[in-house]
Design a protein around this ligand. Structure first.
Ligand SMILES: Nc1ncnc2c1ncn2[C@@H]1O[C@H](COP(=O)(O)OP(=O)(O)O)[C@@H](O)[C@H]1O
Ligand SMILES: [Mg+2]
Length: 234
């Protein structure tokens, strides 16, 4: 479904990613793991079209998307949930969700998707009229993920949803991702919470200093010496 081919990317004069190649198959739940500054967020931003690659290619269902604008990439079915969340704090939960469906033209389809998202996230339905800015940290993450669902994506790119959350809320956010996966959504997840991430994902890629250094089924990565030393503190 998604294929990165020798992707070089970065900012102005700073190259961050060096010939990064990986694939995500339809229906898979794939993790991208690595230390701070490795280039994980840069990878997601480049796929979402927010940064233009310096080299290589990005294929989505066989079509190159590397030169496409973010809104076109979104319309093709890729949804990006950034770590910054970018919620409109003065707007209600429901208004924030509907903004996630801006690319969907028919009002009726928007409302149908809203019902579906409320079914997946009953807590957000209970709070649909609450201002996003008054939600707790965990609820905001949930809202950002739910908003990402409003464009009916087939692939979701999710950047560090557990960042700043207590363990029980992290668990709730991961449960939400598993629910989406059950709905058939393909997910590429960036996470620092490596232990839990390797428990819920199918496969993982390890990114260090802008290069993929290792990959494999998540349960195998959990038993790998390098992963255990560097990421699991064992
Ligand atoms: N907007 C930016 N402008 C310039 N450099 C950036 C920008 N964002 C990130 N970087 C740099 O790119 C490198 C990779 O960052 P990032 O992709 O955010 O890493 P990660 O998400 O793995 O922690 C870091 O050295 C960071 O300082
Ligand atoms: Mg990051």
């Amino acid at each position: 479904m998604l294929e990165l081919k020798n992707l070089d990317s970065g900012y102005d004069f700073l190259q961050v990613l060096w010939e990064v190649s990986f694939t995500v198959e339809q229906g898979e739940f794939v993790a991208l793991i690595g230390p701070n500054g490795a280039g994980k967020s840069t990878t997601l931003r480049t796929i979402a079209g927010l940064i233009k690659p310096k080299g290589g290619d990005i294929l989505f269902n066989g079509e190159s998307i590397k030169a496409k604008a973010p809104h076109l990439i979104s319309r093709m079915g890729i949804s990006y949930v950034s770590e910054a969340l970018n919620l409109f704090t003065d707007m209600s939960v429901k208004e924030n969700l509907l903004l996630g469906a801006y690319a969907v033209k028919e009002k009726e389809t928007q409302l149908k998707t809203l019902d579906y998202v409320f079914e997946l996230f009953p807590r957000l339905q209970e709070r649909k009229d609450q201002l996003a800015g008054t939600m707790s940290g965990g609820e905001r993450k949930m809202l950002a993920i739910a908003r990402g669902m409003m464009s009916n994506p087939t692939l979701m790119l999710v950047d560090e949803p557990s960042l700043g959350l207590q363990p029980n809320l992290t668990y709730a956010v991961f449960e939400a991702l598993l629910k989406l996966r059950k709905q058939g959504v393909t997910i590429l997840l960036v996470e620092q919470n490596v232990n839990a991430t390797l428990d819920i994902t199918d496969r993982a890629y390890i990114l260090e200093q802008g290069k993929i250094v290792m990959s494999g089924p998540s349960h195998e990565m959990k038993a790998n010496d390098h992963v255990r030393n560097a990421y699991l503190g064992i």
